[in-house]
Design a protein around this ligand. Structure first.
Ligand SMILES: Cc1cc2nc3c(=O)[nH]c(=O)nc-3n(C[C@H](O)[C@H](O)[C@H](O)COP(=O)(O)OP(=O)(O)OC[C@H]3O[C@@H](n4cnc5c(N)ncnc54)[C@H](O)[C@@H]3O)c2cc1C
Length: 469
C-alpha cells in the first residue's frame, strides 16, 4: 500500500549538507536504492527521499539538527520488522537507518548491565552474554533480525515477558537525540535510582516520535540453571483459557505460557511435522525455569493447575531436540500466516488473565458475525493474544468486513478492561483507535510532551498519537 504519493524533491543545499555528514555509501538518494527502506512488515510503503546510514551518535545529532533547519520529516529505522507502519517515512521524509551502529560499548557483567548501540540485533546481544550465564529477557520471534533500537522504541517483548517483563522493566538508561537535536542521557547504571522524571520509560514505546536512541544500557538477568518445557493439549479453547487463568493464579510463574487456538493448530499441522491428537482444539506451551532441584516440584505444581476437564494430554519434552521443535513450531506461526491468506490483519490485544475466556468467546462470535477466519495465538500468560484476521482477497468488500470486525474487536477488548496493543505498538495502523482507550485529557498532555521533545514535529510525524479533530 502506498501511504504517500508526494514527490517533492529535497532542497539542493539540504542534500549537500547531508552528503557532508554521511559521505559516500552512507547516503542513498537514488529512488531505486531508497525504495526498500520505505516499508515495514505492515506492507505499507512510502518512498524515502533519502536514506542515511549512521555509524556514530554525532551523525545522528547532526542529521536531526539539519532536518530541523529545513523542516524535513525524519523516520528512525532499525530493520523494518515492525508491524504497524511506524517506520514508513510519511510526508516526503527521509529515513535514518541505525542498522550500522552495532557496537557493544560497555560490558559489565558484575554490575549486571551492558551498554550497546541501537543497531545490534537482539540475537547478537543474547549470543554475546549467554556464555557468561546471562540473558536480556525480551525475546521476540524476530530476534534474529530486529534491532535493539526498534525493540526499545516499540517496547516489544515476547514469551518470557510473563515472568521477566518487557524492555520497560529491563532497561536502565538511554543516550538519545531529541527531535530538537539535543543530546540527552537518561536513567542510571545502578539497580536503583529515582532522580528526576523517568525519561527512560517515556522513550521506551515512543516509536521514534520523541527522540532517536543512540545507545542503551540494558539490565542483564542470570540464566536459570534448568528449564522444563511442557505441552498441554485441550479439547476446547475455553478449557485452555481457563487453564491459563488457573496457572497464573498459583504462586509459581512460568517463564513462558504460550497459547495457540484450533485454527493455529491447523496451520501448525500444515507447516510442520508436529503430531497432535485429532481432538486437539487448543495448545499451551508452558516453560518453567529455576534451580535444578526445584524444577520438578515447580513443573508438578503448574501441571496440576493446568489440569481441567478439557485437558487431553500434558507431557514434558524429553530431549533438547523436542524442546527446540516445539519452539520452532510456535515461532513459525507468524511467517506461516503470511502464506495462509491473500491478506492478514495482525492485532496484539491484551486483557487481564481472568478475562481471557471471555475474549476467546467473543472472538468466536466475531468470526461468525463477520464471516472471517480468525487465528489466535500468543502470550497467554500476559493475556496478550495475536488476533489474525484472514482476508480471502484484497477486495474492498473484504476490507470493509475486516474494518467492522476490528471495530468490534477493539470495543470488546476495552469492555474487558484490556488494551489495544501489548507489544506491536500503534504506528499508523491503530492510530485512529487510540482515543477509545486513553482518557479525554491525556491526548493533549501527550501532544505537549511531543512538542517539548520535537518542537517542529519532524520525528515520525502523524504516527502513534490520535489525529487532531
Ligand atoms: C516474523 C516476525 C515476528 C515478530 N515477532 C514479534 C514478537 O514476538 N513480539 C513483538 O513484540 N514483535 C514482534 N514482531 C514485530 C517487530 O519485530 C518489532 O516491533 C521490533 O521491535 C521492530 O524492530 P526493528 O529493528 O525492525 O524496528 P523498525 O521496524 O525499523 O522500527 C520500529 C519503530 O521503532 C523506531 N525506531 C527504530 N530504531 C529506533 C531508534 N534507534 N531510536 C528511536 N526509534 C527507533 C522506528 O521509527 C519505528 O517507529 C515480529 C515481526 C516479524 C516480522
Amino acid at each position: 500500500m502506498n501511504t504517500s504519493t508526494d514527490s517533492t524533491a529535497l532542497p539542493e543545499t539540504f542534500l549537500q549538507r547531508l552528503a557532508d555528514i554521511f559521505p559516500g555509501e552512507a547516503l542513498l538518494t537514488d529512488p531505486g536504492d531508497c525504495w526498500t527502506y520505505g516499508y515495514d512488515n505492515s506492507r505499507r510503503h512510502a518512498l524515502p527521499r533519502a536514506v542515511l546510514f549512521a555509524t556514530r551518535h554525532e551523525q545522528v545529532g547532526a542529521a536531526v539538527q539539519l532536518c530541523n533547519h529545513f523542516r524535513i520529516p525524519l523516520s528512525a529505522r532499525g530493520r523494518g520488522t515492525g508491524t504497524t507502519g511506524a517506520t514508513v517515512p510519511l510526508h516526503n521524509g527521509v529515513v535514518l537507518s541505525l542498522e550500522r551502529m552495532t557496537k557493544i560499548l560497555v560490558y559489565a557483567p558484575q554490575d549486571r548491565y551492558i551498554s550497546v548501540e541501537p543497531g545490534l540485533t537482539n540475537q547478537n546481544l543474547q549470543e554475546r552474554v549467554r556464555g557468561d550465564g546471562f540473558f536480556w529477557p525480551p525475546d521476540p520471534s524476530s530476534a534474529a533480525f530486529r534491532t535493539i533500537g526498534g525493540n526499545l522504541a516499540c517496547n516489544a517483548a515476547g514469551p518470557r515477558a510473563v515472568k521477566y517483563g518487557t524492555p520497560r522493566e529491563n532497561t536502565l538508561g538511554l543516550r538519545a537525540v531529541t527531535g530538537a537535536g539535543q543530546e540527552i542521557k537518561t536513567g542510571v547504571r545502578t539497580s536503583k535510582g529515582v532522580v528526576g522524571y523517568d525519561l527512560t520509560r517515556l522513550l521506551l514505546g515512543s516509536e521514534g516520535t520523541l527522540a532517536i536512541i543512540t545507545a542503551a544500557t540494558l539490565k542483564l538477568t542470570p540464566l536459570a540453571e534448568a528449564t522444563t518445557t511442557l505441552r498441554a493439549i485441550y479439547a476446547s479453547v475455553a478449557d485452555a483459557a481457563a487453564a491459563v487463568a488457573a496457572i497464573m493464579a498459583q504462586p509459581l510463574i512460568p517463564c513462558a505460557l504460550e497459547f495457540i487456538d484450533g485454527n493455529g493448530i491447523a496451520l501448525m499441522r500444515n507447516h510442520s511435522a508436529i503430531e497432535l491428537p485429532d481432538r486437539a482444539k487448543a495448545l499451551l506451551l508452558i516453560e518453567v525455569d529455576g534451580p535444578r532441584q526445584c524444577l520438578e516440584h515447580a513443573a508438578r505444581q503448574i501441571s496440576k493447575a493446568a489440569r481441567n476437564k478439557g485437558l487431553l494430554e500434558i507431557a514434558a519434552a524429553k530431549t533438547a531436540a523436542e524442546v527446540q521443535t516445539l519452539w520452532q513450531t510456535r515461532k513459525a506461526l507468524a511467517p506461516a500466516l503470511r502464506k495462509a491468506a491473500a491478506k492478514r490483519i495482525n492485532e496484539d490485544v491484551v486483557v487481564p488473565i481472568t478475562n481471557l475466556p471471555a475474549l476467546i468467546d467473543g472472538l468466536h462470535r466475531l468470526e461468525k458475525k463477520h464471516h472471517l477466519p480468525i487465528i489466535n495465538f500468543g502470550h497467554g500468560g500476559n493475556g496478550n493474544l495475536h488476533v489474525n484476521l484472514l482476508l480471502v482477497s484484497d477486495s474492498p468488500e473484504q476490507k470493509i468486513r475486516a474494518q467492522r470486525c476490528l471495530d468490534d474487536l477493539f470495543n470488546l477488548v476495552l469492555q474487558l478492561d484490556g488494551t489495544l496493543s501489548g507489544e506491536h505498538g500503534i504506528g499508523l495502523e491503530k492510530r485512529d483507535f487510540v482515543d477509545r482507550e486513553i482518557d479525554l485529557n491525556s491526548p493533549d498532555l501527550m501532544r505537549g510532551i511531543k512538542n517539548q521533545f520535537d518542537p517542529n514535529g519532524i520525528l515520525n510525524p502523524d504516527k502513534m498519537l490520535p489525529p487532531v479533530d
